[in-house]
Design a protein around this ligand. Sequence first.
Ligand SMILES: Cc1ncc(COP(=O)(O)O)c(C=O)c1O
Length: 384
Amino acid sequence: MTEHQLPQGFETLAIHAGQEADPQTGAVVTPIYQVSTYKQDGVGGLRGGYEYSRSANPTRTALEECLAALEGGARGLAFASGLAAEDTLLRTILKPGDHIVIPNDAYGGTFRLFAKVLTRWGVEFSVADTHHAEKVREAMRPNTRAVWVETPSNPLLGIADLAALAEIAHGAGALLVVDNTFASPYLQQPIAFGADVVVHSTTKYMGGHSDVVGGALVAADAGLGEEIMYHQNAMGAVSGPFDAWLVLRGIKTLGVRMDRHSSNAEKVVELLTKHPKVSQVLYPGLPGHPGHDVAAKQMKAFGGMVSFRVAGGEEAAVEVCNRAKLFTLGESLGGVESLIEHPGRMTHASAAGSPLEVPADLVRVSVGIESIDDLLADLEQALG
Ligand SMILES: Cc1ncc(COP(=O)(O)O)c(C=O)c1O
Protein backbone atom coordinates (compact mmCIF):
# COMPACT_ATOMS: atom_id res chain seq x y z
CA MET A 1 0.00 0.00 0.00
CA THR A 2 1.49 3.38 -0.97
CA GLU A 3 0.97 6.47 1.17
CA HIS A 4 -1.71 7.66 -1.27
CA GLN A 5 -3.82 4.57 -0.71
CA LEU A 6 -4.08 5.20 3.02
CA PRO A 7 -7.47 6.47 4.16
CA GLN A 8 -7.27 10.24 4.27
CA GLY A 9 -8.98 12.87 6.38
CA PHE A 10 -10.41 16.14 5.11
CA GLU A 11 -7.38 18.34 5.80
CA THR A 12 -5.05 15.81 4.20
CA LEU A 13 -7.20 15.72 1.08
CA ALA A 14 -7.41 19.52 1.04
CA ILE A 15 -3.63 19.74 0.87
CA HIS A 16 -2.88 16.72 -1.34
CA ALA A 17 -5.85 15.56 -3.44
CA GLY A 18 -5.09 16.08 -7.13
CA GLN A 19 -1.75 17.60 -6.17
CA GLU A 20 1.07 15.11 -6.61
CA ALA A 21 4.54 16.72 -6.62
CA ASP A 22 5.36 17.94 -10.15
CA PRO A 23 6.81 14.89 -11.97
CA GLN A 24 9.51 16.92 -13.77
CA THR A 25 10.82 19.20 -11.03
CA GLY A 26 9.46 17.80 -7.77
CA ALA A 27 7.77 21.15 -7.04
CA VAL A 28 5.49 20.42 -4.08
CA VAL A 29 2.91 22.98 -5.18
CA THR A 30 1.00 22.51 -8.43
CA PRO A 31 2.48 25.01 -10.92
CA ILE A 32 0.37 27.65 -12.66
CA TYR A 33 0.19 26.25 -16.18
CA GLN A 34 -0.33 29.65 -17.82
CA VAL A 35 -0.72 28.17 -21.28
CA SER A 36 -3.44 27.94 -23.91
CA THR A 37 -2.21 25.09 -26.12
CA TYR A 38 0.00 21.99 -25.95
CA LYS A 39 2.53 20.44 -28.37
CA GLN A 40 1.27 17.22 -29.89
CA ASP A 41 3.59 14.29 -30.70
CA GLY A 42 2.12 13.78 -34.17
CA VAL A 43 -1.51 14.62 -34.95
CA GLY A 44 -3.69 13.59 -32.01
CA GLY A 45 -0.65 12.51 -29.95
CA LEU A 46 -1.50 14.28 -26.70
CA ARG A 47 0.91 14.25 -23.76
CA GLY A 48 -1.16 13.76 -20.61
CA GLY A 49 -4.43 14.37 -22.44
CA TYR A 50 -4.12 18.14 -22.79
CA GLU A 51 -4.82 19.84 -26.13
CA TYR A 52 -6.35 23.28 -25.39
CA SER A 53 -6.88 25.00 -22.04
CA ARG A 54 -10.62 25.65 -22.44
CA SER A 55 -11.08 21.87 -22.55
CA ALA A 56 -8.59 21.12 -19.77
CA ASN A 57 -5.57 22.69 -18.07
CA PRO A 58 -3.31 20.92 -15.52
CA THR A 59 -3.73 23.57 -12.79
CA ARG A 60 -7.51 23.42 -13.22
CA THR A 61 -7.43 19.62 -13.24
CA ALA A 62 -5.65 19.65 -9.86
CA LEU A 63 -8.36 21.92 -8.45
CA GLU A 64 -11.16 19.86 -9.99
CA GLU A 65 -9.81 16.61 -8.52
CA CYS A 66 -9.40 18.26 -5.12
CA LEU A 67 -12.98 19.61 -5.23
CA ALA A 68 -14.38 16.17 -6.06
CA ALA A 69 -12.41 14.59 -3.20
CA LEU A 70 -13.54 17.20 -0.65
CA GLU A 71 -17.23 16.94 -1.56
CA GLY A 72 -17.13 13.16 -1.93
CA GLY A 73 -18.32 13.38 -5.55
CA ALA A 74 -17.36 11.66 -8.78
CA ARG A 75 -16.39 14.78 -10.72
CA GLY A 76 -15.39 18.33 -9.87
CA LEU A 77 -15.42 21.20 -12.35
CA ALA A 78 -14.01 24.71 -11.92
CA PHE A 79 -15.58 27.81 -13.48
CA ALA A 80 -14.89 31.51 -13.92
CA SER A 81 -17.43 32.44 -11.21
CA GLY A 82 -20.16 30.92 -9.10
CA LEU A 83 -22.78 32.24 -11.51
CA ALA A 84 -20.90 30.79 -14.50
CA ALA A 85 -21.02 27.40 -12.74
CA GLU A 86 -24.75 27.82 -12.05
CA ASP A 87 -25.54 28.84 -15.63
CA THR A 88 -23.59 25.92 -17.07
CA LEU A 89 -25.31 23.48 -14.74
CA LEU A 90 -28.80 24.80 -15.45
CA ARG A 91 -28.31 24.67 -19.19
CA THR A 92 -27.00 21.10 -18.83
CA ILE A 93 -29.89 19.73 -16.77
CA LEU A 94 -32.83 21.85 -18.03
CA LYS A 95 -34.43 22.43 -21.40
CA PRO A 96 -37.31 24.69 -22.49
CA GLY A 97 -40.56 23.59 -20.82
CA ASP A 98 -38.82 22.15 -17.76
CA HIS A 99 -39.59 23.36 -14.26
CA ILE A 100 -37.33 23.91 -11.27
CA VAL A 101 -38.16 24.62 -7.61
CA ILE A 102 -36.03 27.40 -6.13
CA PRO A 103 -35.74 28.70 -2.56
CA ASN A 104 -37.48 31.76 -1.12
CA ASP A 105 -34.12 32.75 0.35
CA ALA A 106 -31.06 32.70 -1.89
CA TYR A 107 -28.26 34.83 -3.25
CA GLY A 108 -29.89 37.63 -5.25
CA GLY A 109 -27.75 36.92 -8.33
CA THR A 110 -28.96 33.31 -8.37
CA PHE A 111 -32.56 34.52 -8.30
CA ARG A 112 -31.79 36.99 -11.10
CA LEU A 113 -30.38 34.15 -13.22
CA PHE A 114 -33.63 32.20 -12.86
CA ALA A 115 -36.03 35.14 -13.12
CA LYS A 116 -34.40 37.27 -15.81
CA VAL A 117 -32.31 34.88 -17.91
CA LEU A 118 -33.63 31.32 -17.77
CA THR A 119 -37.29 32.25 -18.11
CA ARG A 120 -36.39 33.82 -21.47
CA TRP A 121 -35.20 30.36 -22.53
CA GLY A 122 -38.56 28.80 -21.59
CA VAL A 123 -37.60 27.40 -18.18
CA GLU A 124 -40.32 27.67 -15.52
CA PHE A 125 -39.62 28.08 -11.82
CA SER A 126 -41.57 28.10 -8.57
CA VAL A 127 -40.39 29.71 -5.38
CA ALA A 128 -40.86 27.49 -2.31
CA ASP A 129 -39.94 27.66 1.34
CA THR A 130 -37.15 25.09 1.05
CA HIS A 131 -36.65 25.21 4.82
CA HIS A 132 -39.86 23.21 5.12
CA ALA A 133 -39.57 20.04 3.05
CA GLU A 134 -43.36 19.68 2.74
CA LYS A 135 -43.55 23.03 0.93
CA VAL A 136 -41.14 21.69 -1.65
CA ARG A 137 -43.26 18.56 -2.11
CA GLU A 138 -46.29 20.80 -2.76
CA ALA A 139 -44.34 22.80 -5.37
CA MET A 140 -43.31 19.76 -7.43
CA ARG A 141 -44.92 19.43 -10.88
CA PRO A 142 -44.81 16.64 -13.47
CA ASN A 143 -42.16 18.62 -15.41
CA THR A 144 -39.97 19.42 -12.36
CA ARG A 145 -36.40 18.43 -13.18
CA ALA A 146 -34.55 19.89 -10.20
CA VAL A 147 -34.87 21.26 -6.69
CA TRP A 148 -32.34 23.99 -5.87
CA VAL A 149 -31.40 24.89 -2.29
CA GLU A 150 -28.92 26.91 -0.31
CA THR A 151 -28.20 25.77 3.23
CA PRO A 152 -27.38 27.85 5.20
CA SER A 153 -29.09 30.34 2.91
CA ASN A 154 -27.95 33.80 1.92
CA PRO A 155 -28.73 36.09 3.74
CA LEU A 156 -31.32 34.70 6.20
CA LEU A 157 -29.28 31.66 7.31
CA GLY A 158 -32.20 29.28 6.81
CA ILE A 159 -31.52 25.56 6.96
CA ALA A 160 -32.80 22.97 4.49
CA ASP A 161 -33.11 19.30 5.46
CA LEU A 162 -31.01 17.74 2.70
CA ALA A 163 -31.96 14.11 3.31
CA ALA A 164 -35.69 14.96 3.26
CA LEU A 165 -35.34 17.08 0.11
CA ALA A 166 -33.29 14.38 -1.67
CA GLU A 167 -36.11 11.92 -1.02
CA ILE A 168 -38.73 14.32 -2.39
CA ALA A 169 -36.68 15.27 -5.46
CA HIS A 170 -35.67 11.72 -6.31
CA GLY A 171 -39.22 10.44 -5.73
CA ALA A 172 -40.34 12.83 -8.48
CA GLY A 173 -37.47 11.98 -10.82
CA ALA A 174 -35.74 15.31 -10.18
CA LEU A 175 -32.20 16.23 -9.14
CA LEU A 176 -31.29 17.88 -5.84
CA VAL A 177 -28.83 20.75 -6.36
CA VAL A 178 -27.23 22.28 -3.23
CA ASP A 179 -25.36 25.58 -3.11
CA ASN A 180 -22.82 24.80 -0.38
CA THR A 181 -21.05 28.17 -0.49
CA PHE A 182 -21.90 29.26 3.07
CA ALA A 183 -20.88 25.99 4.74
CA SER A 184 -17.97 24.79 2.54
CA PRO A 185 -17.28 21.05 2.34
CA TYR A 186 -15.36 21.21 5.62
CA LEU A 187 -18.60 21.86 7.50
CA GLN A 188 -21.09 20.05 5.28
CA GLN A 189 -20.95 17.52 2.46
CA PRO A 190 -24.37 17.54 0.74
CA ILE A 191 -23.66 14.48 -1.44
CA ALA A 192 -23.54 12.36 1.72
CA PHE A 193 -27.17 13.41 2.33
CA GLY A 194 -28.32 12.57 -1.20
CA ALA A 195 -27.54 15.72 -3.23
CA ASP A 196 -26.81 15.15 -6.93
CA VAL A 197 -24.82 18.31 -7.59
CA VAL A 198 -23.02 20.69 -5.24
CA VAL A 199 -22.52 24.31 -6.30
CA HIS A 200 -19.90 26.73 -4.96
CA SER A 201 -18.94 30.29 -5.36
CA THR A 202 -15.24 29.55 -4.70
CA THR A 203 -14.87 33.33 -4.49
CA LYS A 204 -15.93 32.84 -0.85
CA TYR A 205 -14.59 30.37 1.75
CA MET A 206 -12.82 28.08 -0.72
CA GLY A 207 -10.59 30.89 -2.05
CA GLY A 208 -10.81 32.47 1.38
CA HIS A 209 -8.73 35.62 0.81
CA SER A 210 -10.96 37.93 -1.24
CA ASP A 211 -8.52 37.84 -4.13
CA VAL A 212 -10.24 35.64 -6.71
CA VAL A 213 -13.64 35.13 -8.37
CA GLY A 214 -14.44 31.52 -9.13
CA GLY A 215 -17.11 28.83 -9.13
CA ALA A 216 -17.37 25.08 -8.92
CA LEU A 217 -19.70 22.17 -9.47
CA VAL A 218 -19.28 18.70 -8.03
CA ALA A 219 -21.45 15.92 -9.45
CA ALA A 220 -22.20 12.85 -7.36
CA ASP A 221 -22.55 10.70 -10.46
CA ALA A 222 -19.80 10.26 -13.07
CA GLY A 223 -22.26 10.26 -16.00
CA LEU A 224 -23.79 13.59 -14.97
CA GLY A 225 -20.25 14.88 -14.37
CA GLU A 226 -19.35 14.01 -17.99
CA GLU A 227 -22.44 15.81 -19.28
CA ILE A 228 -21.58 18.94 -17.31
CA MET A 229 -17.98 18.74 -18.50
CA TYR A 230 -19.22 18.58 -22.09
CA HIS A 231 -21.20 21.79 -21.51
CA GLN A 232 -18.31 23.42 -19.63
CA ASN A 233 -16.18 22.99 -22.75
CA ALA A 234 -19.01 23.84 -25.15
CA MET A 235 -19.96 27.02 -23.26
CA GLY A 236 -16.46 27.96 -22.15
CA ALA A 237 -16.95 29.62 -18.74
CA VAL A 238 -13.82 27.97 -17.33
CA SER A 239 -11.55 29.06 -14.49
CA GLY A 240 -8.23 30.46 -15.73
CA PRO A 241 -5.03 28.78 -14.47
CA PHE A 242 -4.03 31.53 -12.03
CA ASP A 243 -7.53 31.74 -10.57
CA ALA A 244 -7.62 27.94 -10.23
CA TRP A 245 -4.25 28.08 -8.45
CA LEU A 246 -5.45 30.76 -6.01
CA VAL A 247 -8.49 28.65 -5.08
CA LEU A 248 -6.30 25.56 -4.75
CA ARG A 249 -4.00 27.45 -2.40
CA GLY A 250 -6.94 28.76 -0.38
CA ILE A 251 -8.40 25.28 0.03
CA LYS A 252 -5.23 24.05 1.77
CA THR A 253 -6.16 26.09 4.88
CA LEU A 254 -9.94 25.73 4.59
CA GLY A 255 -10.29 23.52 7.68
CA VAL A 256 -8.37 25.75 10.08
CA ARG A 257 -10.02 28.86 8.69
CA MET A 258 -13.54 27.43 9.03
CA ASP A 259 -12.84 26.42 12.63
CA ARG A 260 -11.83 29.99 13.45
CA HIS A 261 -14.64 31.58 11.40
CA SER A 262 -17.12 29.43 13.32
CA SER A 263 -15.72 30.09 16.80
CA ASN A 264 -15.44 33.85 16.15
CA ALA A 265 -19.02 33.87 14.80
CA GLU A 266 -20.29 32.19 17.95
CA LYS A 267 -18.80 35.00 20.05
CA VAL A 268 -20.27 37.64 17.72
CA VAL A 269 -23.66 35.96 18.07
CA GLU A 270 -23.32 36.03 21.85
CA LEU A 271 -22.74 39.79 21.76
CA LEU A 272 -25.57 40.44 19.29
CA THR A 273 -28.18 38.37 21.12
CA LYS A 274 -27.64 40.47 24.28
CA HIS A 275 -27.53 43.83 22.52
CA PRO A 276 -30.55 46.14 23.01
CA LYS A 277 -30.22 47.60 19.47
CA VAL A 278 -30.58 44.13 17.89
CA SER A 279 -34.12 42.81 17.50
CA GLN A 280 -33.25 39.37 16.06
CA VAL A 281 -30.14 37.31 15.39
CA LEU A 282 -30.18 34.75 12.58
CA TYR A 283 -27.62 31.99 13.13
CA PRO A 284 -28.19 28.23 12.87
CA GLY A 285 -26.02 27.65 15.95
CA LEU A 286 -28.65 29.27 18.17
CA PRO A 287 -30.80 26.61 19.86
CA GLY A 288 -33.90 28.70 19.09
CA HIS A 289 -33.18 28.80 15.34
CA PRO A 290 -35.90 26.77 13.55
CA GLY A 291 -33.27 24.80 11.62
CA HIS A 292 -30.91 24.24 14.55
CA ASP A 293 -31.51 20.49 14.95
CA VAL A 294 -31.17 19.79 11.23
CA ALA A 295 -28.05 21.97 11.03
CA ALA A 296 -26.55 20.12 14.01
CA LYS A 297 -27.17 16.85 12.16
CA GLN A 298 -25.71 17.86 8.80
CA MET A 299 -23.02 20.43 9.71
CA LYS A 300 -19.80 20.03 11.67
CA ALA A 301 -20.06 23.60 13.04
CA PHE A 302 -22.35 26.50 12.17
CA GLY A 303 -20.03 28.65 10.07
CA GLY A 304 -18.95 32.26 9.93
CA MET A 305 -22.03 33.98 8.49
CA VAL A 306 -24.36 35.87 10.82
CA SER A 307 -27.32 38.11 10.01
CA PHE A 308 -29.22 40.34 12.40
CA ARG A 309 -32.08 42.79 12.38
CA VAL A 310 -31.56 46.24 13.82
CA ALA A 311 -34.16 47.82 16.09
CA GLY A 312 -35.04 51.13 14.46
CA GLY A 313 -35.47 49.87 10.90
CA GLU A 314 -33.69 50.38 7.58
CA GLU A 315 -31.87 53.65 8.30
CA ALA A 316 -30.60 52.33 11.64
CA ALA A 317 -29.31 49.19 9.87
CA VAL A 318 -27.57 51.26 7.21
CA GLU A 319 -25.99 53.40 9.94
CA VAL A 320 -24.56 50.31 11.67
CA CYS A 321 -22.95 49.29 8.37
CA ASN A 322 -21.57 52.79 7.80
CA ARG A 323 -20.12 53.07 11.32
CA ALA A 324 -18.26 49.74 11.26
CA LYS A 325 -14.51 50.09 10.81
CA LEU A 326 -12.75 46.73 11.22
CA PHE A 327 -15.77 45.03 9.64
CA THR A 328 -15.19 46.38 6.14
CA LEU A 329 -18.32 47.59 4.36
CA GLY A 330 -18.45 45.50 1.22
CA GLU A 331 -20.17 42.77 -0.74
CA SER A 332 -18.99 39.15 -0.81
CA LEU A 333 -18.04 36.97 2.14
CA GLY A 334 -15.85 34.11 3.29
CA GLY A 335 -12.49 35.89 3.31
CA VAL A 336 -10.11 36.08 6.27
CA GLU A 337 -11.18 39.69 6.84
CA SER A 338 -14.56 40.53 8.36
CA LEU A 339 -17.14 42.18 6.12
CA ILE A 340 -20.45 43.88 6.82
CA GLU A 341 -23.23 44.77 4.41
CA HIS A 342 -26.87 45.80 4.04
CA PRO A 343 -28.36 43.01 1.85
CA GLY A 344 -31.47 45.02 0.90
CA ARG A 345 -29.42 47.76 -0.76
CA MET A 346 -26.38 45.70 -1.73
CA THR A 347 -26.13 41.93 -2.44
CA HIS A 348 -29.87 41.36 -2.66
CA ALA A 349 -30.99 44.57 -4.34
CA SER A 350 -31.85 42.53 -7.46
CA ALA A 351 -34.46 40.59 -5.42
CA ALA A 352 -36.43 43.76 -4.50
CA GLY A 353 -40.15 43.33 -5.15
CA SER A 354 -39.81 39.55 -5.56
CA PRO A 355 -40.67 36.70 -3.15
CA LEU A 356 -36.95 36.76 -2.24
CA GLU A 357 -36.95 40.37 -1.04
CA VAL A 358 -35.06 40.65 2.26
CA PRO A 359 -36.07 42.64 5.37
CA ALA A 360 -34.97 46.28 5.16
CA ASP A 361 -33.58 46.26 8.72
CA LEU A 362 -31.25 43.32 7.99
CA VAL A 363 -27.46 43.46 8.34
CA ARG A 364 -25.23 40.56 7.25
CA VAL A 365 -21.72 39.99 8.57
CA SER A 366 -19.07 37.64 7.34
CA VAL A 367 -17.07 37.05 10.49
CA GLY A 368 -13.37 36.85 9.65
CA ILE A 369 -10.49 35.34 11.56
CA GLU A 370 -9.08 38.52 13.15
CA SER A 371 -8.63 38.74 16.94
CA ILE A 372 -12.08 38.30 18.41
CA ASP A 373 -11.78 41.13 20.96
CA ASP A 374 -11.15 43.61 18.15
CA LEU A 375 -14.17 42.33 16.23
CA LEU A 376 -16.44 42.58 19.25
CA ALA A 377 -15.22 46.10 20.05
CA ASP A 378 -15.92 47.22 16.49
CA LEU A 379 -19.45 45.81 16.53
CA GLU A 380 -20.13 47.46 19.90
CA GLN A 381 -19.13 50.85 18.54
CA ALA A 382 -20.99 50.32 15.25
CA LEU A 383 -24.20 49.49 17.11
CA GLY A 384 -23.73 52.75 19.02
C1 LIG B 1 -24.52 31.59 -1.95
C2 LIG B 1 -23.94 32.14 -3.23
N1 LIG B 1 -24.02 31.41 -4.35
C3 LIG B 1 -23.52 31.87 -5.52
C4 LIG B 1 -22.94 33.12 -5.62
C5 LIG B 1 -22.43 33.61 -6.94
O1 LIG B 1 -21.05 33.49 -6.99
P1 LIG B 1 -20.06 34.46 -7.81
O2 LIG B 1 -20.20 35.83 -7.21
O3 LIG B 1 -18.72 33.84 -7.61
O4 LIG B 1 -20.51 34.44 -9.24
C6 LIG B 1 -22.84 33.91 -4.47
C7 LIG B 1 -22.22 35.24 -4.54
O5 LIG B 1 -22.28 36.02 -3.62
C8 LIG B 1 -23.36 33.41 -3.25
O6 LIG B 1 -23.31 34.11 -2.11
